[in-house]
Ligand binder design. Structure first.
Ligand code: GLV
Ligand code: GLV
Length: 329
């Protein structure tokens, strides 16, 4: 009998159509947000699933999923999945690194420039008909060139940001769980700093680190208080890394210059405290959303699922496993 997989939402039919060559595919018609019980119901009688970051999967969701062997996440981040719980149950988890690195780093720069130079605020001002009130000091921003860019989380995406910063003549400092090899530091023209030093010296701070219990609310009121009152904060990682109420208070109180957020704690909900501010750029989790990259992410997730379930040319060797150990069980 053919293996059965659940495709949690419609994703580029021509790319996900490849699943039909190997599996019976259970498709969900619309891009719903599922309650945990609905996810559990769908996982109960499948061997694999292809999901996105809005599907939250943990011990409860897989409790009755006795056939489940693999979950392919479309996304590099996987804090929607309890990897420990799935691994303990022998379920392989895969993600989609690399294919989105440059697109996401590009967007990090778009947000940085938008916040520092007040691009979206300026457009709102123009559309609202205020140009007649223009004066020479209208909408003054801060520069990127010649400034100090700090990057928290120096994985592939953080390194991509650093490389781009060279073109803007920025000085780059980074902090990471582990320090990078000297050759990589040289190539990225980035210097290591400890976290307090990074916060203090940042003209601009970009967050590109994974969200976990140890990075939850890493940027809280105390961290924000260490930053320059003129600094810009960009979050392209996960909302949970930032205490959003503390951020909104700092932005409202003139204790931080500006921010740009692509990710939020309670997506798709955005806190009214943030929506009320002019000095924050808000985008709906689109950092990897170029057509080519979103297609590449889905294609990689399909490759992962096919291989993880023992099919295709890479049978048993999925390209980008998160918990490769689960395969051996
Ligand atoms: C998107 O946020 C991702 O992790 O790929
Ligand atoms: C993700 O690709 C990262 O390493 O930053």
């Amino acid at each position: 009998p053919r293996l059965r997989v659940w495709l949690a939402r419609p994703l580029f039919e021509d790319v996900t159509g490849r699943l039909d060559q190997h599996f019976d595919v259970v498709r969900s018609a619309v891009g719903n947000r599922y309650a945990g019980a609905e996810i559990a119901a769908r996982l109960r009688d499948v061997d694999g699933a292809l999901v996105t970051l809005v599907e939250r999967i943990g011990a409860e969701e897989i409790a009755g999923a006795t056939r489940l062997r693999a979950v392919a996440n479309v996304g590099v981040g996987y804090d929607n999945i309890d990897v420990e719980a799935l691994g303990a149950a022998g379920v392989l988890v895969t993600n989609t690194p690399d294919v989105l690195t440059d697109t996401t780093a590009d967007f990090g720069f778009a947000l940085l420039m938008a916040a520092a130079r007040r691009v979206t605020e300026a457009e709102r001002w123009l559309r609202d008909g205020h140009w007649g009130r223009w004066s020479f000091d209208t909408l003054l921003g801060v520069d990127l060139h010649g400034s100090t860019l700090c990057i928290l989380g120096m994985g592939r995406i953080g390194q991509g940001i650093a490389r781009r910063a060279a073109g803007f003549d920025m000085r780059v400092l980074y902090h990471n769980r582990s320090r990078l090899p000297e050759a990589v530091e040289r190539e990225c023209r980035a210097e290591y700093a400890d976290l307090p030093g990074l916060l203090q010296r940042a003209d601009h701070l970009v967050l590109a680190l994974p969200h976990s219990a140890s990075t939850h609310h890493l940027i809280d009121a105390g961290a924000l208080a260490r930053m320059k009152p003129t600094a810009t904060l960009v979050n392209i990682a996960r909302g949970g890394i930032v205490d959003e109420l503390a951020l909104a208070a700092a932005l409202a109180g003139g204790r931080l210059g500006a921010a740009a957020l692509d990710v939020y704690e309670g997506e798709p909900r955005v806190r009214p405290e943030l929506l009320a501010l002019d000095n924050v750029v808000l985008t709906p989790h689109i950092a990897s959303a170029s057509l080519a990259t979103r297609r590449a992410m889905v294609a990689l997730a399909v490759d992962n699922l096919v291989a993880a379930l023992g099919c295709g040319p890479d049978a048993g060797r999925p390209p980008t496993p998160v918990n490769a150990g689960a395969l051996k069980r």
